[in-house]
Design a binder for this molecule. Structure first.
Ligand code: 5AD
Ligand code: FES
Length: 354
């Protein structure tokens, strides 16, 4: 019906495809000339970001979570897990170390932990901003009210990561307990955009129940939301979750989708995720060669890293974890890119702080 390589060229030129074209391209991805696709994705990336790959220092400050997502290792019902919380001082200590190492974006991530009040979050955000004026702060702490998001923004938070997890309502519902709603999720993403955050959304590749047709909806959803960032990584089963026996996502599908996202939203910030590095020892390098341009090494204290296991066998949690930045720098240079420490804001003009 279509020629897949013509669809790839059309995507490069027009940055969009119809739903039918997406479905055809995704279903027939094995016939795509991958080298050509990845080359076009790299060209697009370099047009906006040159050979730079941005680093974001990730502080996983609490693994308590009120939610019970069926895929996630820190879900509430996982009692096989030691829970931890970092204090404000411990978080500031991590940020200080991050700044010293050259990070100019700090990502504060946690489960949905009600222990931290809005005032506490604002205090942590503004403290980091006051100490390090040239740092961007990204929050990734889940679903909150419009008012809370506004407070964090006013305290100095620049960006917010909230993966939408699925653009197809019935699929979203199959991944989450019934207390969580698709509409609630989408409202959060729209609120964050309206407030002025650089917003990151995303989903797991080959999440249980994900069909090729749904991936076409993911692509159209992303195009419509026009996020500053898109985080995608393979689903990886975790032994203490209802999805423990489900199949992991594949390297092939993940890098194919990374390239498609780069072509569809040329200015997007696109991480080569830790999950991608977990399913293949060279996953992140291959991600960068398919158009990804962000890495998020861990800045959490080594003693808690093993406890933030969203999925089994997560990399960079052992003794070697303190060297993440050196290791990543070498890996990125090995594929011809530079790891840079700049804030690396989105080049999408609709994301200028008001
Ligand atoms: N495999 C891969 N990614 C996962 N996440 C949560 N659990 C898993 C898993 N088992 C992702 C979710 C979440 C992000 C922080 O990590 O998409 O939004
Ligand atoms: Fe963490 Fe390589 S990125 S050890």
């Amino acid at each position: 019906m279509y020629d897949v390589n013509k669809l790839v060229d059309k995507l490069y030129e027009k940055t969009t495809l119809s739903k039918e074209e997406w479905i055809y391209l995704i279903k027939n991805r094995n016939d795509v000339d991958k080298e050509h696709l990845f080359k076009l994705a790299r060209d697009r990336q370099q047009e906006y970001y040159g050979k730079d790959v941005y680093s974001r220092g990730l502080i996983e400050f609490s693994n308590y979570c009120r939610n019970n997502c069926l895929y996630c290792g820190i879900r509430r019902d996982n009692t096989n897990l030691l829970r931890y919380r970092l204090t404000k001082d411990e978080i500031l200590e991590c940020a200080k170390e991050g700044y010293r190492l050259g990070y100019r974006t700090i990502v504060l991530q946690s489960g949905e932990d009600m222990h931290y009040t809005d005032d506490m979050i604002c205090d942590i955000v503004s403290s980091i901003k006051n100490l390090y004026k040239d740092v961007a702060i990204t929050l990734s702490i889940g679903e909150k009210s419009y008012e809370s998001y506004q407070k964090y923004y006013d305290a100095g938070a620049d960006r917010y990561l909230l993966r939408h997890e699925s653009a197809v309502e019935k699929h979203y519902e199959s991944l989450h307990p019934k207390q969580m709603s698709f509409k609630g999720r989408i409202k959060c993403i729209k609120d964050l955009k309206e407030i002025g955050y650089q917003v990151g959304c995303g989903f797991m590749v080959n999440a249980p129940g994900q069909k090729d047709e749904y991936l076409a909806d993911e692509m159209l959803f992303l195009k419509e939301i026009d996020p500053a960032m898109v985080g995608i990584g393979p689903f990886i089963p975790h032994k203490d979750t209802p999805f423990k026996n489900e199949m992991a996502g594949t390297l092939d599908m993940t890098i194919f989708l990374l390239a498609c996202i780069r072509l569809s939203i040329p200015s997007v910030l696109l991480p080569a995720t830790t999950a991608l590095g977990t399913i293949s020892p060279i996953g992140r390098e291959l991600g960068i060669k398919a158009g990804a341009n962000v890495v998020m090494p861990n800045l959490s204290p080594v003693r808690v890293r093993k406890l933030y296991e969203l999925y089994d066998n997560k990399i960079c949690t052992g003794d070697e974890a303190a060297q993440c930045i050196g290791c990543l720098k070498g890996r990125i240079e090995s594929v011809g890119y530079n790891l840079v420490s700049a804030r690396g804001d989105s080049k999408n003009p609709s994301y200028v702080r008001r």
